[in-house]
Write a protein of this length. Sequence first.
Length: 263
Amino acid sequence: MTTAQTLKPPGTAPGGLGVTRRRDRWWIAPGVQAVLFTILATYLFWSGIVWTPLFGTAYEVDGYLSPLFSPLIAPGWLPAFISPGALILWIPLGFRATCYYYRKAYYRFYFADPPGCAVGEPKVHHGYKMEAAFPFILQNFHRYFLYLAFIPLFFLWVDAVISLFPREGPRLGLGSAIFFVNVVLLTGFSLSCNSLRHLAGGRLDCFSCTRRQRVQYSLWQRLTALNRHHMAWAWVSFFSVTIADVYVRLLALGIVVDPAIRL
Ligand code: FES
């Protein structure tokens, strides 16, 4: 493939940024998404990377481990200025940053590429080599981040179960409920991934020729049902992981007490 072929087609660029015949308020959705995305991503970066090294605020309290730090990797040699979250967060961060849905969303609201369907984009995009050149070629690592993402996901299920059994004895606490809802939503996000759907049955030429292909087709159908709502899974799990972390931090700061039924 030549360089000329990898250049982005003019698309909506000829009209210039924001030029459109659309009469609806097309800018509301990307605008709201930009604000929410920026707030959540900034908070998660602050909490997972900066907060604990800077102020020593606990990320684990009363049997609840913040999902940003799971699985907990805190070797003795780790300097105090590096958060244990940094050793694991690169996996979910890479998984989300390269997700097909998030790409569509942030290309739109951060890069105006294009800012909306049938809305003009900046002319500078003519020189854009798409995802065939650095740095956006790195988006092709999405499949590998998908494989890795199942590691922290497994530990989040373990954490949710463990939170039911603190040292003082079994309990049903609000924190455990938040943890279970969060890990269910994160599982939905992972299982609805486009790459996983492709892996299950995207390359099949025949859905019924062999027993194995029939099993793959059945799995593909189930993943497709989840995939139809991938955007919703992306957003609700983004909120739930933030809420789970905020809850642990509020417990650690003594601002809230975990309401629980002790068994
Ligand atoms: Fe969104 Fe894979 S496409 S997580």
